[in-house]
Design a protein around this ligand. Structure first.
Ligand code: AGP
Length: 606
């Protein structure tokens, strides 16, 4: 959450910062600000609202060639100009931008107030600025930052600018990512490579507990206790274009369209047609270890949790190993019984979600066996897990996750296949799954081709204030994810329910103004889903069926028919029309699709 950008070099800094903030805006869009040295002072411009509002206030390009910037998702203090970053100390000597949460902020702020410091904001970050300024001596700025951070509990990725040293920045990381971009005679700092890959692909990811001093032509890294570390740049193998819209109106649309290719990437080199199984090199489990797994538990938040629920269904049906999914946010706080025979799978697009990271840490502390299913290479969860599968979905910018969720499902299908083939899944059944996975990109393409049809449905139902999403067994997590997508981007209230549970209460809500989206996979209970639709229609409720099978005529008001294929993989395909439904409903209602209200891409707070 929140985005950080910093620059030291020869170019005017402000345009570089503003452009970087634009690219990071998906991480938080409550307020934005920049700070640059100007005539022996630090000039701060910050504003509640979007980066475009900030740009309107700035005198571009400006003379400064060093600066820091921030785009915020509010935690401490409401999203107003005062609470926007950067924050200055009382003398105006240092400016700080910060991601993360300072847990002892209240104590620090109380102590500062007692010492006579007039606090100018409600934020935890401001305390850092005062602490750093108070720690400044004759030594380097990074010494003051280290001294200040000794008083701090919590997570941070931060960048500090000192008006006395306008040609350098000091950065520090603990729990919130910081990456340095190494250019020719210039250096970039960001919380996310998205802000800097179009300037340089040579990057240094800081580790937790590291501090760096960054100047135009050099950087120096060390630990919080001042031990020097050696960090050589690595090259990110991402084209800067993958972070652009490439002609699409928004990132959600672009990322939905990228799904066939993302699935091909996720499958590449991982399917074994000879033994009808999967190779998941990063898993680090030999056949004996795979056979020793007696249960699989998926942990994630939001859509990653629903994808985990799809994964649990796949593991149970292909491997006949008991499996379930649980929100990581619940797991971490309920003192979980950690079973040594269970394989825990931490699921996360960003690899930064705090609740999921904390669940992994709790598991590791208790000796649990945990693997990651993560999209962002080098992210905190990927590193904490040590082993697992990367999703290879490519950068996902839209707050509403689409291609990452689909590649999560694909990865879990491969995991289930692997677990099944060391047990009782026959070679013939395994071969059907392999073929089904190979055919998946084409099925997804066919589902995406239903775009116009779904746009029509969305326009007919966009005025609904509430919608049910109903599914049974493998259709149930698909329904949950469909409801989540609709809520996120369109703000239409959507409630997901197990179809059979409807008649135990919620059917009372059915009337002509309550449409139900019913997910009907190609399984043994199609007839049950048909009867659910009949019950809804008998009470005047409109029904939108999303299915891979031929349904009896007249059973639904709208039928979205996705091509048939390997039935066990239906949950991976049936999610696509639901993404389109959410997208087109949001578009019909004029929503800001990539930046839904109150949300941000990675949730690095509790
Ligand atoms: C997805 O559309 C949501 N924005 C959200 O539920 C997301 O899936 C969740 O916050 C988990 O994020 P992660 O995959 O990066 O851990």
């Amino acid at each position: 959450m929140c985005g950080i950008v910093g620059y030291v070099g020869a170019r005017p800094a402000v345009p570089v910062l503003v452009e970087g903030l634009h690219r990071l805006e998906y991480r938080g869009y409550d307020s934005a600000g920049v700070a640059v040295p100007r005539r022996g002072r630090i000039a701060v411009t910050k504003v509640a609202g979007r980066v475009r509002d900030l740009r309107d206030r700035l005198d571009l390009p400006g003379a400064a060639t060093t600066g820091i910037g921030h785009t915020r998702w509010a935690t401490h203090g409401e999203p107003n100009d005062r609470n926007a970053h950067p924050h200055l100390d009382a003398s105006g000597r240092v400016a700080v931008v910060h991601n993360g949460i300072i847990e002892n902020a209240e104590q620090l702020r109380a102590r500062l107030s007692a010492d006579g410091v007039a606090l100018a904001s409600d934020t935890d970050t401001e305390a850092l600025a005062h602490l750093i300024a108070a720690s400044l001596g004759d030594g380097p700025l990074e010494d003051a930052v280290r001294t200040a951070l000794r008083h701090v509990e919590g997570t941070y990725g931060l960048v500090v600018l000192d008006r006395i040293r306008p040609d350098e920045l000091v950065v520090a990381r603990n729990g919130s990512p910081i990456v340095l971009g190494v250019g020719e005679g210039e250096m970039f700092v960001a919380s996310d490579v998205a802000a800097l890959v179009h300037h340089t692909q040579r990057v240094v990811f800081l580790d937790d507990g590291e501090v760096a001093t960054v100047k135009a032509g050099e950087y120096r890294t060390s630990t919080l206790d001042a031990t020097t570390t050696t960090r050589t740049p690595t090259t990110v193998d991402l084209e800067s274009g993958s972070y652009g819209l490439d002609g699409h109106p928004d990132f959600m649309r672009k990322e939905m369209a990228e799904q066939p290719e993302a699935v091909r990437r996720a499958l590449r080199g991982r399917l074994d047609t000879r033994f009808a199984t999967a190779h998941l090199g990063g898993l680090d489990l030999d056949p004996v270890a795979l056979r020793s797994v007696r249960r699989v538990k998926f942990l994630g938040c939001g859509s990653a949790y629903y994808a985990g629920q799809i994964g649990a269904g796949l593991v149970e049906s292909l491997a006949r190993v008991p499996a379930d999914a649980e929100p990581a946010s619940e797991f971490r706080y309920r003192n979980p019984v950690v079973d040594p025979d269970t394989l825990y799978v931490a699921v996360s697009q960003s690899g930064e979600t705090l609740d999921t990271l904390a669940a992994v840490q709790e598991l590791r502390r208790k000796g649990g066996r945990v693997m990651g299913a993560v999209n962002v290479v080098g992210s905190a969860i990927a590193r904490e897990c040590g082993s697992g599968v990367f999703l290879h979905a490519g950068p996902e910018i839209s707050v509403a996750s689409t291609k990452a969720v689909t590649t999560m499902g694909v990865s879990f299908a491969m995991l289930a296949l692997l677990l099944g083939r060391v047990r009782d899944l026959s070679a013939a059944a395994g071969a059907r799954v392999v073929a089904g996975l190979q055919a998946l990109p084409e099925r997804i393409e066919a589902a995406l081709a239903l775009d116009d049809e779904i746009a029509g449905i969305a326009s007919r139902y966009a005025s609904a204030r509430h919608m049910f999403f109903l599914g049974r067994v493998s259709g149930w997590p698909v329904a949950r994810e469909g409801a989540q997508k609709l809520k996120e981007v369109s703000y239409v209230h959507a409630e997901a329910y197990q179809a059979a549970e409807l008649k135990h209460g919620p059917i009372a809500l059915i009337d002509k103004d309550m449409p139900s989206v019913v997910i009907v996979p190609d399984d043994d209970i199609v007839v049950k889903n048909v009867s659910t639709m009949e019950q809804i229609r008998a009470r005047g409720g409109p029904v939108i069926a999303v299915t891979t099978v031929d349904l009896p005529a007249g059973v639904a008001d709208e039928v979205v028919r996705v091509p048939r294929g390997e039935a066990v993989l239906d949950p991976l395909v049936l999610g696509i029309p639901l993404q389109l439904l959410a997208y087109h409903t949001a578009a019909a209602l004029g929503r800001d699709i990539d930046k839904p209200r109150n949300l941000a891409k990675s949730v690095t707070v509790e």
